[in-house]
Design a protein around this ligand. Structure first.
Ligand SMILES: Cc1cc2nc3c(=O)[nH]c(=O)nc-3n(C[C@H](O)[C@H](O)[C@H](O)COP(=O)(O)OP(=O)(O)OC[C@H]3O[C@@H](n4cnc5c(N)ncnc54)[C@H](O)[C@@H]3O)c2cc1C
Length: 453
């Protein structure tokens, strides 16, 4: 840490009063530190927002599951324990939605806006930031719909050719939910596989009838209406699978579903087509559907993909989607405390760092707020342990493989696995997940106490 950054008289600029920026400003103000929070709306709107309120929820009104057998529920609880503004307002604006936390979206953003405007240490500045401030500390939290002028500045700052594209994301599955009696590990032509190793790809074989029915369902499935507000080209290699199927029944079979070189290791039989799943994290607990970017609706994805042999009971950690996205190659550019390696007075938070979702974006804002407070108070920024949901997300953002870095929701695959047995009894999946959450919360509490002492 450079000494000139540790001063409480330092100006802190936060760009974007979305989920991340609002939370960061709040965390700083609660620690007695003044901030300037810039928001371009309502003067300049994004293609998806419809108000001038802070932390507007652009699409759904849910913060997803609110219990500890779900990783986002764990993230909620950790945020509550760190006095999160977003969670506080979310709880106040809660509406009935079973075990999920859904909010009245209007009330939610009104509560956030009122809390920020009432806070004397937060100076709200309404207007577009077109240049990154040259003084003080800067937190860039301008989100997936960052304005064009700022986008150009970030591009120059990070040295990237392009940051945003139509992002068609492939689903990610829970490895434990796949039927291993049907699927088999094998790399195409056994390339890059050491003797005795199984390979990096899990293959789901299809016969001709299964393939033809599957392709027909892909073509017929309901798709998310294309929002024509973005004039950005498709990212190469990201064509949705259903669009490929529409070009011809056999097109996917000569593309991502090609069976050649993937003969069954025991029978030597070649399937008519194959769906390949690739490890998505170091632990192999997450599997990515290779080449299966899609804009089918979430319900249709679950229905159609469960027709793939071996995936009948698959649990999806992330479903596919298609939207404009602006995010930086964080693992190459940021350190674990979200600071730009080459210019540590600049931090990033929110979706732009490569997390996905309202809660995840807010949680990175919460972390950035705490890190900034550490910096101005002359301390080394303190990161939560990696067995907490916050620590796991920070590790993903700063430590994932750069080549295939994609925005990620929080999920248990990012955390070290939990207890498998209690005595002789094998724990159920819900119990195992609960044990991961219990350990995470104990770890977070210990870390928070350390900070207080
Ligand atoms: C179309 C769309 C739909 C989505 N739907 C969902 C969903 O249903 N559920 C979910 O969990 N996640 C969803 N997301 C993903 C994402 O989690 C949310 O976009 C989330 O709001 C990201 O939080 P953030 O703070 O990073 O960005 P935002 O909440 O977008 O906040 C960024 C803020 O910065 C402002 N800003 C941008 N440029 C400038 C500038 N130059 N100067 C000043 N202010 C600026 C913007 O106006 C905005 O208020 C969606 C994303 C998109 C693009």
């Amino acid at each position: 840490m450079t000494d000139e950054l540790s001063s409480t008289t330092q100006t802190i600029h936060i760009i974007g009063a979305g989920l991340a920026g609002s939370e960061a400003a709040w965390q700083l103000a609660r620690r007695g530190i003044a901030v300037r929070l810039y928001e371009m709306r309502p003067h300049k709107m994004t293609p998806a927002h419809s108000s001038g309120k802070c932390a507007e929820l652009v699409c759904s009104n849910t913060f997803r599951a609110d219990h500890l057998e779900n990783a986002v529920g764990l993230l909620h609880e950790e945020m509550r324990r760190m006095d999160s503004l977003i969670m506080g307002c979310g709880d106040k604006a809660r509406i009935p939605a079973g075990t999920a936390l859904a909010v009245d979206r209007e009330q939610f953003s009104e509560l956030v806006t009122a809390a920020l405007e009432a806070e004397p240490l937060i100076e709200m500045v309404y207007g577009e930031v077109t240049e990154i401030p040259e003084d003080g500390l800067v937190l860039i939290a301008s989100g997936p719909l960052t304005s064009d002028a700022l986008y150009e500045q970030i591009k120059a700052l990070t040295g990237e050719d392009r940051l945003c594209f139509f992002d068609a994301i492939a689903p990610v599955l829970d490895a434990e939910s796949i039927d291993m009696k049907v699927c088999y590990w094998k790399n195409r032509y056994d390339k890059n596989v050491d003797e005795g190793e199984a390979g990096d790809y899990l293959n789901c074989p299809m016969n001709e009838t299964q393939y033809k029915v599957f392709i027909a369902e892909l073509v017929a499935a309901e798709k998310v209406a294309f929002k024509g507000f973005e004039d950005i080209p498709f990212f190469d290699g990201c064509m949705p699978i259903e669009e490929m199927a529409e070009r011809g029944e056999d097109t996917p079979r000569f593309g991502p579903m090609k069976p050649v070189g993937l003969e069954h290791p025991e029978t030597g039989q070649r399937a008519y087509a194959v769906v390949q799943l690739r490890r998505d994290n170091r632990m192999g607990s997450l599997l990515n559907m290779v080449g299966f970017q899609t804009k089918m609706t979430y319900g249709e994805q679950k229905r159609v993909f469960s027709m793939i042999p071996g995936l009948e009971h698959a649990e999806f950690f992330r479903l596919g989607s298609l939207h404009r996205n602006t995010f930086i190659k964080s693992p190459a550019l940021l350190n674990q405390s979200l600071r730009l390696k080459k210019e540590p007075r600049i931090l990033f938070a929110g979706q732009i760092t490569g997390v996905e979702g309202y809660v995840e974006s807010a949680s990175m804002g919460l972390m950035a707020g705490r890190f900034l407070a550490d910096i101005v108070q002359g301390r080394e920024p303190s990161c939560p342990p990696e067995d907490t949901a916050h620590g796991a997300l920070l590790a993903h953002v700063s430590g994932a493989r750069v080549e295939d870095f994609q925005p990620m929701n929080i999920n248990f695959g990012l955390l070290p696995s939990g207890k498998k047995r209690e005595g002789k009894r094998r724990l159920s999946r819900a119990e195992r997940r609960r044990s991961v959450s219990d350990r995470a919360l104990a770890s977070l509490d210990a870390w928070l106490q350390q900070g207080d002492s």
